[in-house]
Ligand binder design. Structure first.
Ligand code: NAD
Length: 427
């Protein structure tokens, strides 16, 4: 099949690479010429494990190429996948300007019968609006569908090749059959439903996971008051099969490119339909307050942040990515600086990206250099190299002895044995 993926960001590049690997002729199309030039040379302009190899294989096989040329990429496309960004707009609503701009650009070049599948996370019910925009620019018949994406940054290639489910939102069986054929090499559950349900299932999934994080943080807050250890609580409750052991992350709340904006979008939608007591509004509020509340609590335990030198380890929003969207470091570091602390950061991949976004941030080449002369070391993200630090070496590098483990990755006894004071979350 001829497939064009519009938007070569995290999602679009992975999709383009995967569909080329399956033997389709794929164009990745973007308005950013620098990104396209890099991709055509086999360079992925962000860090994602395994993605560069996938793209190089696609280019070598000649199944994959990248372009900024809409007419060239659209005119023969059987399936067009929109994967442009949908950032939070005013009042938390999804800003659809990139989706609509892509629709206007592609419309004049559509071939009859083309399928336009929306992979971007968009509000349920957008398809008729998109069709109306496209019909202003073309006479040919075309179809729209929904193809929500569930990959996780940091394991995006693996997730795209082994998804838990492929969700296809389509009314017409001709369309769903074509999209099933496109995903045929994947041995995963395939769910064909209405486009509105497919789009809602994406928001519902992310909101559920965000809610799990918020829920366990609420329990962690209570553990702080009564001597319980949240990690022991999680281990015990996880044996209940209705609950499960997975996906419990007490800490600084959720961040990243998806959860915050998707929860805000649901909260905003709930308000717009009169549901002012919606759970999603509360989840968003609690998450917004989470970092300042925890940082204040740590300050109360160590005296104050004023005049302290702090090593902040892990600057991206999660391990194995250099994506800084809604990364905790973007709130934690300005908070510390405002309270009078000096910060030295470290991240295996995101130091440069962090410096571009966080004022006056100094970074070091490794965690021990970041901790040199520090009063406190703060682990923000559980990069593999940050969850197995040589604690005596860290202690020797530091001036003080405060070790703050916001991801609860360390055994408090081991940290204390190394002469450090352990502060975690809910333990
Ligand atoms: P991104 O910001 O990394 O990439 C978007 C790309 O679209 C950019 O390269 C941009 O130049 C391009 N673009 C913008 N307007 C365009 C236009 N008119 N024509 C062509 N290209 C255009 O975004 P992303 O993280 O890949 O997310 C894309 C969508 O997928 C969003 O709706 C997001 O919510 C959803 N999603 C993201 C993830 C994730 O982990 N990043 C996971 C699931 C779903």
């Amino acid at each position: 099949m001829n497939v064009t993926v519009i938007g070569t960001g995290f999602v679009g590049v992975v999709s383009a690479g995967v569909f080329a690997k399956f033997g389709n002729l794929v164009y990745g199309l973007d308005v950013d010429p620098k990104k396209i030039a890099a991709l055509n040379q086999g360079r992925v302009p962000f860090y994602e494990p395994g993605l560069e190899d996938l793209i190089k294989q696609g280019l070598q096989s000649k199944n994959l190429s990248f372009t900024t040329d809409y007419p060239k990429a659209i005119k023969d496309a059987d399936i067009i996948i929109i994967a442009v960004g949908t950032p939070s707009g005013k009042d938390g609503q999804a800003d659809l300007k990139f989706v609509m701009a892509a629709a206007r650009s592609l419309a004049p070049h559509l071939k009859p019968g083309a399928i336009l599948a929306i992979k971007s996370t968009v509000p349920p019910g957008i398809n008729p609006k998109l069709e109306a925009v496209i019909k202003q620019h073309t006479q040919v018949d075309f179809f729209t569908a929904s193809l929500p994406e569930f990959l996780k940054e940091g394991s995006a290639v693996y997730d795209a090749l082994h998804p838990d489910r492929v969700v296809i939102g389509a009314y017409d069986p001709v369309v769903s059959d074509r999209l099933l054929e496109l995903h045929q090499p994947l041995a995963s559950n395939k769910v064909v439903i209405k486009p509105e349900s497919a789009q809602m299932s994406k928001y519902a999934g992310n909101a559920y996971l965000a809610q799990r994080i918020t829920f366990i943080n609420q329990i962690a807050n209570l553990c702080e008051k009564n001597g319980a250890d949240i990690q022991e609580v999680v281990a015990a409750m996880g044996h209940d099969r209705r609950i499960g052991e997975h996906y419990w992350y007490p800490g600084l709340g959720y961040g990243g490119s998806c959860f915050p904006k998707d929860v805000k979008e649901l909260a905003s939608y709930a308000k717009s339909v009169g549901q002012n007591d919606s759970l999603f509004i509360k989840i968003d509020e609690l998450n917004e307050k989470r970092i300042p509340a925890l940082m204040d609590a740590f300050a109360a335990k160590i005296g104050s942040w004023k005049g302290k030198q702090v090593a902040v380890l892990g600057l991206s929003f999660k391990p194995n990515t250099d994506d800084m969207r809604e990364a905790p470091s973007r709130k934690v570091i300005p908070y510390l600086q405002k309270k009078g602390a000096e910060v030295i950061g470290f991240d295996p991949k995101a130091a440069q990206a962090a410096q571009a976004l966080i004022s006056n941030l100094k970074t070091a080449a490794d965690p021990y250099q970041a901790a040199k002369g520090a009063d406190a070391t703060l682990i923000l993200i559980e990069w593999p190299e940050l969850v197995s630090l040589d604690l005596p070496k860290l202690k020797n590098a530091m001036r003080g002895n405060v070790f703050i483990d916001t991801r609860n990755q360390y055994d408090p006894r081991e940290v204390r044995q190394a002469g450090l004071e352990y502060l975690g979350v809910g333990r």
